[in-house]
Design a protein around this ligand. Sequence first.
Ligand code: ADP
Length: 273
Amino acid sequence: MTENVQILPNVKHVFLVLSGKGGVGKSTVSTQLALSLQNSGFKVGLLDIDLCGPSIPRMLGLENSSVHQCAEGWVPVYTTPDQTLGVMSVGFLLGNRDDPVVWRGPKKTAMIKQFLTDVYWQDLDYLIIDTPPGTSDEHISVMENLKLSIFIECFMKLHRTVKCDGAILVTTPQAVAVGDVRRELTFCIKTGLKVIGILENMCGYVCPHCSECTNIFSYGGGESLAEMGKVPFLGRIPIDPKLTKASENGENFITAFKDSVAAQTFINIVKKY
Ligand code: ADP
């Protein structure tokens, strides 16, 4: 209990980004959300706890960066000299980008706990946590460690205006991904985690020539799930081939995102929260 009180004491808001299935764009969404908040003038941390598939360092062109220690703990890797976006990922701790992380539950839990307690974020407006898909060890461990900070934040709410944090659920419009996110929704309800809303990613393809949007997959699954679960629907992000290409080459991702259709969706989300 005493140990838990120290968790993220200088972070005003914590958002988890969840999805029931890999490959739906959870890391992309986490990164876009962090960039949008940074562009809106906030100090942001991006924590990648996808221990088995950390992709954020590559997306942000930080693959060759490594984490340093200071007296207060691990120092995040910053994307700009003004230190407005700090990133921490297991990817920074691997000797080689292709090294697999094959850890069993207790080791994963210990690593997550360390990520939550031993990173020296300094003062943050927002911490975005990119989680692995599913409702596995990683989620339960994060929930256990965050419970108290959620409580602390609610407590602080009594004294000054602090927005409540929670989870953003990412899905693609197809039924399978939506079915998986339904399980995530149940997980959130069971663990008492507030659902900020559902975001539908890779919904339609905007033709770069005529700007017409074609719905390659089925349409509206995320929105109807939001209605069913009585949680907010945050919007739709189309497939943007420029973003796919840029995420392979981090240097361009930030620029590609600024000019993308997705950027407007995120501006609207950030305005609300
Ligand atoms: P997850 O974290 O859910 O496993 P990622 O964020 O790694 O998924 O995305 C999987 C792949 O899909 C990546 O290659 C990424 O660039 C691509 N992707 C995600 N969202 C979009 C989008 N809206 N438009 C185009 N490509 C996308």
